[in-house]
Design a protein around this ligand. Structure first.
Ligand SMILES: [Zn+2]
Length: 300
């Protein structure tokens, strides 16, 4: 039963990737290892940005500089976390930091599967660190019951707090910003101003249905509108989907406005899902709807 659920998850993810593959890739794909997920690499000013997209649609990134690597998020399920780690190790440079963007399990669970030796190098916002410490054990237990061995046995809580503002790591300038009540309670935005790259993770999705479980759509739309106003960035790295450009903010805003409109009239989860799929027939990640609706409709 557990493996059936994992198989279903992977089949849905592969279908989604098929749809995603129909759009023009933002960067050139490469495959240095025999990967189940896919990797795209973007080179800019001597810095390489690697995006690993698992078959379960989680996108995690590596900023590769001359001497070291900075990783953003750690994947969800064990096989993909291990594959992401193997890919990072294949680059042959030490991991300087693993940055966790927010407190959803699909972004930090993989720490326990593949980054135990990095325990003292994991960074997150203060609220995210506290949330993972408090809620992480329950998440691990509950999702472990549903997904079995695909879920790591161990929880790693970020040890370092990211301070908002500017930082330089191995010669690359970073700017860290914090947003509240978007896709999650608290989320990190990473700007690489010299490279024109925004790492938004789940503040925006690319080519997929959005996770709607936080149910704070008005605030999320305001966040996306503020991201739209940021100038001099041409690449947007998300937590779900392929790298894109700043046009994805408008796409996400339109989607959330449709969600609000449909929610206002739909009596139950099925009616909501039917209308949303009718509006967005070609969008991948339909699983996002199913994992969101229990939080949007109390009586299903
Ligand atoms: Zn996510």
């Amino acid at each position: 039963m557990k493996s059936m659920k994992l198989k279903t998850l992977i089949i849905i993810s592969m279908l989604t990737l098929f749809f995603a593959a129909c759009t023009k890739p933002a960067v050139e794909p490469v495959a240095p290892l025999d990967l189940k997920g896919s990797v795209t690499v973007k080179k800019k000013d001597g810095v390489k940005i690697h995006t690993y997209l698992s078959n379960s649609l989680q996108a995690t990134h590596i900023i590769e500089t001359e001497k070291s690597l900075v990783l953003v998020d750690a994947q969800f399920l064990v096989p993909f976390a291990k594959e992401f780690r193997a890919y990072a190790d294949s680059l042959g440079k030490p991991i300087e930091r693993v940055i966790i963007s927010h407190g959803h399990p699909d972004h930090f669970f993989g720490l326990g599967a593949a980054f135990k030796d990095m325990e003292k190098k994991v960074y997150a916002l203060k609220g995210t660190q506290q949330f993972i410490k408090k809620v992480g054990p329950v998440m691990l237990k509950n999702l472990g019951k549903k997904l079995g061995k695909a879920v790591p046995e161990e929880l790693i809580v970020p040890t370092h707090v990211i301070e908002i503002g500017a930082a330089t790591i191995d010669g690359v300038n970073y700017e860290f910003e914090r947003f509240l009540n978007g896709e999650a309670q608290e989320q990190l935005l990473i700007k690489l101003p010299d490279l024109g790259i925004l790492i938004v993770q789940d503040l925006a999705f690319n080519g997929l249905h959005l996770f709607m479980g936080n149910n704070t759509f008005d605030d999320w739309i305001v966040i996306l509108e503020s991201l739209q106003k940021i100038k001099n960035y041409d690449t947007v790295l998300v937590g779900h989907g392929k790298p894109g450009d700043t046009s994805i903010f408008a796409t996400n805003i339109a989607y959330l406005k449709d969600v609000k409109r449909i929610l206002a009239t739909a009596d139950n989860a099925n009616a909501f899902k039917t209308q949303l799929l009718k509006k967005y027939p070609g969008l991948g990640g339909k699983r996002m709807i199913d994992i969101s609706t229990p939080r949007l409709f109390k009586n299903q």
